[in-house]
Design a protein around this ligand. Structure first.
Ligand code: NAP
Length: 260
């Protein structure tokens, strides 16, 4: 039995659903978009600056027999988000699954923390997720029990990290957003969950995953390795699927045991 066939018979099938993945031009978002499409969803691939990269993701999905459109907007810009989500609904006929993945990281110890950097982090990581959820709400309500919001938080949002107070605060905020929206939308059949990656090999972690810093980090991870983007995508695809219909308000850790 092929992988899509197995998914179709196991409650993991996403056939007939429409998904929007923010920040899907590269990294974890790209892997999520590819896997949701492989499971049968039509996927809107959002990007901010990486139009060419987003088009490549769409081409890869289409070549594999799936359906995808690239939609560029800055998740922190309310008017752009409203227009972008309307574009998704018009192009793909609705919206069932919203994955709030777009994110940025700026690290600094407290004495060097700059208010303008904190504003940038909050704008993309937190305000972006709220704006997308709000703009998608009408479509998600129509989707009823197929409706899903999946937010990307982080291990540092739960345990903190020296030098990452600003970033960690936005990721902890994402957990509060997730749990509140889960309570608000549960009666409509819509589930809202978060996925909390540990350290994953992407552009975002390139600087932290070099040389001595990498060796020290690996020593803290019980599984002894960093994660791959597709391992986060598997968790998101599960939460998006019918198999996860009774799971809401949950933070699913995918971190090799870094935080247990
Ligand atoms: P990444 O490789 O740096 O990719 C970030 C993505 O977000 C890009 O597609 C980028 O789009 C998009 N983006 C940034 N600002 C945006 C904006 N204002 N509007 C729309 N899209 C925007 O990051 P990643 O490692 O894949 O991380 C993805 C998510 O997982 C983030 O929320 C991150 O905080 C979280 N996370 C990552 C790790 C990790 O170890 N990598 C761990 C925990 C949590 P463009 O390229 O088009 O600008």
């Amino acid at each position: 039995m092929s992988a899509p066939d197995r998914a179709a018979t196991s409650g993991l099938d996403l056939g007939g659903r429409v998904a929007l993945v923010t920040g899907a031009s590269r990294g974890i978002g790209r892997a999520i978009a590819m896997l949701l499409a492989q499971r049968g969803a039509a996927v809107a691939v959002n990007y901010a600056r990486g139009e060419a990269a987003a088009n490549e993701v769409c081409a890869a999905i289409t070549e594999a027999g799936g359906k995808a459109v690239a939609v560029g907007f800055d998740v922190g810009d309310e008017a752009a988000v409203d227009a972008g989500i309307k574009q998704v609904v018009d192009a793909l006929g609705g919206l069932d699954i919203l994955v709030n993945n777009a994110g940025v990281s700026i690290d600094a110890l407290l004495m060097r923390a700059r208010a303008e950097d904190f504003d940038t982090l909050v704008r993309t990581n937190l305000r972006g997720a709220l704006l997308c959820a709000k703009a998608a709400a009408r479509s998600l309500l129509k989707a009823k029990e197929r409706g899903r919001i999946i937010n990307l938080t982080s291990v540092v949002g739960e345990q903190g990290n020296a030098g990452q107070a600003m970033y960690a605060a936005t990721k902890a905020g994402m957990i509060g957003l997730t749990k509140s929206l889960a309570r608000e939308l549960a009666s409509r059949g819509i589930t809202v969950n978060a996925v909390a990656p540990g350290f994953i090999d992407t552009d975002m972690t390139q600087a932290a995953l070099q040389g001595d810093a990498r060796t020290k980090l690996l020593a803290q991870i019980p599984m002894g390795r960093v994660g791959a983007p597709h391992e986060i995508a598997e968790a998101v695809a599960f939460l998006a699927a019918p198999a996860a219909a009774y799971i809401t308000g949950h933070v699913l850790r995918v971190n090799g045991g870094l935080l247990i």
